[in-house]
Design a protein around this ligand. Structure first.
Ligand SMILES: Cc1cc2nc3c(=O)[nH]c(=O)nc-3n(C[C@H](O)[C@H](O)[C@H](O)COP(=O)(O)O)c2cc1C
Length: 193
């Protein structure tokens, strides 16, 4: 299923065709080289002063820790996310080892995740980020230090047909994608085509 939107002008297919599904193939497994490719893409993101504050924990569906992460998920995330092939848990180190604050660590980490997501899509994986999870339940167990704020659990999987989803999730899965207008985002300098 493609959910590529109408765009004001043509944009790169890797960007246009990315979307966040909830129906994943629960038999699909991820190769080590695909895991490393996603992490490597994130690694090369830009960051303030090249501080590279992003931190990741990768947990495959086959691992016992996967169930621990599922347990930490909020609400309906618990219903669909267990079919993902892996979770990439992402955190931002908001202070360095000397305790100096890194003011842009969330922003930098978002940039890294954006590249991870694009690389995943290039390898035919779909990514669905989740802010709905209890960080305290997994932070220590996954090995993040206490200078790191967990930001998201990212479910990565192969897309599967929407009909395995409950009625409510099926509706969301097949609905069109929406965005605010460019004219609402750009406060100055939007060209008229
Ligand atoms: C930081 C962040 C947190 C999110 N949290 C959740 C979540 O907890 N559960 C969920 O189903 N989707 C979650 N999403 C997915 C968004 O709802 C989704 O990206 C948005 O609706 C746009 O849809 P698209 O990615 O298909 O274009 C999250 C996305 C981001 C970036």
């Amino acid at each position: 299923m493609s959910k590529a939107p109408d765009t004001a002008v043509e944009i790169h297919p890797l960007i246009a065709e990315r979307w966040s599904p909830r129906s994943f193939d629960d038999q699909a497994t991820m190769s080590d080289s695909d895991v490393v490719a996603m992490l490597e893409a994130a690694r090369w993101a830009p960051s303030s002063n090249n501080t590279q504050p992003w931190r990741f924990a990768v947990v495959r569906r086959e691992e016992a820790l996967f169930a621990t992460i599922v347990e930490s998920l909020a609400g309906f995330n618990k219903e669909w996310a267990p079919r993902a092939s892996a979770f990439f848990v992402v955190g931002a180190e908001f202070a360095d080892a000397e305790g100096k604050e890194r003011k842009t660590s969330d922003y930098d980490t978002g940039l890294a995740v954006s590249l991870l997501t694009t690389q995943a899509h290039a390898l035919n994986w779909h990514v669905h980020q989740m802010g709905g999870f209890k960080a305290a339940a997994i932070q220590g167990e996954l090995g993040f230090n206490d200078r790191t704020k967990l930001i998201a659990v990212i479910a990565v999987g192969r897309l599967a047909p929407a009909d395995q989803l409950s009625e409510e999730l099926h509706q969301r899965e097949t609905a069109g994608r929406r965005r605010v207008e460019l004219s609402d985002l750009v406060v100055h300098g939007l060209p008229t085509l």
